[in-house]
Design a protein around this ligand. Structure first.
Ligand code: B12
Length: 212
């Protein structure tokens, strides 16, 4: 079995120690692109999500896998960032109020850092006021909102209107994404772009930053 497969297996099994060790080996080898490493992380967590939905995994197993992803990202983050030290833009990101999912958000944060963005990660259950204050403080180019449950529609709309009230809506581009979130919902809420995975998120950000 290849190194990336073993890495994936440790994540699915929720073995944080093995995942961190294998992440170190992946980083040391220098043969895997940031995109491939992050795709392995995403696909491991998709597998975990599927196991949960079919009843093979329960919440404790899922949380162990989430902790393994976090342990792996701690090892990988500096390595991923080192490869692309250029400054692509300033991003504020977080999961909206009422929502505590963070695995997909953390993967996107790492992908953006690897692509050269300076990312301020506000965590989960973030209020509109907190998003607006951070966008203002760091003069963000992009605001990325994670929303994983359909009941977060109002929370997304609150962020958009709070940006408007603060006079920032024209200055910052807003991208949304996350499970149970759709392009239709994104249109209704009034964000500038919606993306479903690492690759399309990076493409959307690049486009909004004026790149090709
Ligand atoms: C893990 C999980 C949990 C864990 C979260 C642990 C953690 N630390 O995050 C726990 C157990 C805590 C949990 C709790 C709940 N969950 Co839950 N959970 C999941 C599950 C199984 C997997 C999510 C995941 O991590 N996927 C793997 C990652 C890699 O994928 P991702 O999150 O989609 O992220 C990718 C993309 O969406 C995108 N992306 C992510 N964020 C962003 C942001 C931007 C800006 C962009 C552009 C892209 C982007 O990039 C990522 C990488 O590819 C999903 C089901 C599923 N298959 O998605 C349900 C799911 C999201 N949960 C759901 C629900 C309902 C809940 C609960 C309300 C359950 C309950 N009744 O208590 C609570 C919510 C509590 C709250 N207030 O938030 C529902 C939502 C349904 C809906 N339509 O609203 C889902 C879809 C399950 C289902 N089918 O019912 N959950």
């Amino acid at each position: 079995m290849g190194l990336l497969d073993r890495f994936k297996q440790a994540l699915v099994a929720g073995d944080a120690e093995a995942a961190a060790g294998l992440a170190g080996e992946v980083a040391a080898r220098d043969t895997y692109s940031a995109g491939r490493i992050l795709a392995a992380l995403s696909s491991a967590m998709e597998e975990v999500g599927a196991k949960y939905e079919t009843g093979e995994y329960f919440i404790p197993e899922m949380l162990r896998s989430a902790a393994a992803v976090e342990a792996a990202l701690q090892v990988l983050d500096p390595y991923l960032f080192e490869r692309r030290p250029d400054h692509a833009g300033v991003v504020v990101m977080g999961t909206v109020r009422g929502d505590v999912h963070n695995i997909g958000k953390n993967i996107i944060v790492s992908a953006l850092r690897a692509a050269g963005y300076r990312v301020y990660d506000l965590g989960v259950n973030v209020s509109a006021a907190k998003f607006v204050a951070k966008v203002k403080e760091v003069n963000a180019d992009l605001l990325l909102l994670s929303a994983f449950t359909t009941s977060t529609k109002q929370a997304l709309m609150d962020v958009i209107s709070a940006l408007g009230e603060a006079g920032l809506r024209g200055r910052v581009k807003v991208v949304s994404g996350g499970a149970a979130h759709s392009p239709e919902l994104a249109r209704e809420v009034g964000v500038d772009a919606f993306a479903g995975d690492v690759k399309s998120t990076l493409a959307a950000c690049r486009e909004l930053m004026g790149g090709a």
